[in-house]
Design a protein around this ligand. Structure first.
Ligand code: FES
Ligand SMILES: [Fe+2]
Length: 367
């Protein structure tokens, strides 16, 4: 049973032990698209099994509060927001949206000694970037460390570009979503199509990887010769095409493709919603002569293929089967689990994080 708080105590949002859920706390995660919040409207989202209510103050500052009133737990999203404070629908307590600080308890009389300003609703740092509300999922509740990293930002290489966003939910733990994202071997089976690649085009590949802080990089390379779009790009610019793919904790895969003045930059993140649900948020920008509508048709199809596969996989995972990670095709997945474990170790011991890779590595697989 939840204990009732003593009047006057500051509310700290309860947190779930990291080991229980396999979530990585103390990182930025995209909660929802910027377009989902208009005017004084409120929107809800869930990250790491924490219900959130999000909005924008009248001076444009994004905020994220735990969607639960510290008084009796009713979701604050049922309340009213006036551009500055959020009023709970149950007893009308008012909270300053960005700090979560209580500013008014209507039932109090002049006799009451309760220090309203010492009551806080759960709240999290929140920033808008690249068309998303990013929320820093702080494991210490309302007490923040002195400095936190800036929210991620998509790299772009010219002033003018096109940009588009896509999302897709997967009925699985974030770990499965992430290793699915970095898995090279499913391409010829899940993503076969006449314009991209055929199953018989499978061939041996050699890729170089190097450690980077909190992650790894597929060293700049000339992309797969069995992908038509890359061949077309090379023909168009007459310059070599290079691709750099990075993965960094907790969940970010970025890909930059450049050829002469032309570029394409994308980021996929896998947000842990609940332990049995995650969401891929994909944003891409480019200055190629590629209409957004055409790109979306292909990108949607790609994501749908992954989603359908992971729905089928979830069916099997319900029964807790033993799983395998094989070399070399699953080595990136092993690095991911290594990075995660070592990060948690370093947070626990206070020692510097040990990188699971000791240096550059060349991997071989067929895809
Ligand atoms: S439950 Fe929110 S004010 Fe009472
Ligand atoms: Fe895929």
């Amino acid at each position: 049973m939840q204990s009732l708080m003593q009047a006057g105590a500051a509310a700290a949002p309860e947190t779930v032990a990291e080991s229980d859920t396999g979530f990585l706390w103390d990182f930025w995660y995209p909660a929802l698209r910027s377009t989902e919040v208009r005017g004084n409207g409120l929107a809800t989202a869930m990250l790491l099994e924490v219900p959130l209510v999000l909005g924008r103050t009248s001076d444009g500052k994004a905020f994220a509060m735990r969607d639960s009133c510290p008084h009796r737990g009713i979701p604050l999203s049922y309340g009213r927001f006036d551009g500055k404070t959020l009023e709970c629908s149950y007893h009308g307590w008012k909270f300053e949206a960005c700090t979560g600080q209580c500013v008014e308890i209507p039932s109090l009389t002049s006799q009451d000694k309760l220090k309203v300003e010492r009551i806080f609703a759960g709240h999290y740092p929140c920033e808008e970037r690249d068309g998303y509300f990013w929320v820093y999922m702080n494991s210490h509740g309302s007490r923040l460390p002195e400095t936190i990293a800036a929210a991620p930002k998509l790299t772009t290489f010219s002033e003018k570009y096109r940009i588009t966003h896509l999302a897709c939910e997967l009925p699985s733990h974030v770990d499965q979503g992430i290793i699915g994202l970095m898995d090279p071997a499913h391409g010829p089976f899940v993503h076969q199509s006449w314009y991209w690649r055929r199953r018989h085009s499978i061939h041996e590949k050699e890729k170089k990887f190097e450690p980077i802080p909190n992650g790894f990089r597929m060293s700049p390379h000339t992309p797969s010769s069995n992908s038509a779009p890359y061949r077309m790009l090379q023909k168009y610019t007459g310059e070599p095409v290079t691709t750099t793919i990075d993965f960094v904790l907790p969940n970010i895969r970025t890909e930059e493709i450049r050829s002469g003045k032309l570029w394409f930059s994308s980021r996929a993140t896998v947000a842990p919603v609940r332990r049995d649900l995650c969401r891929i948020d994909f944003v891409a920008a480019w200055n190629l002569l590629l209409p957004v509508t055409i790109f979306r048709i292909f990108a949607k199809k790609f994501l749908r293929q992954d989603q359908e596969t992971m729905i089928l996989q979830a069916e099997g995972l319900k029964h807790n089967p033993r799983l395998m990670l094989i070399d070399d095709a699953d080595r990136p997945a092993k690095w991911y689990f290594g990075l995660k474990a070592n990060l948690l170790d370093s947070r626990r011991t206070g020692a510097a994080m040990v990188h699971p890779m000791s240096g550059p590595v060349t991997l071989h697989w067929r895809s």
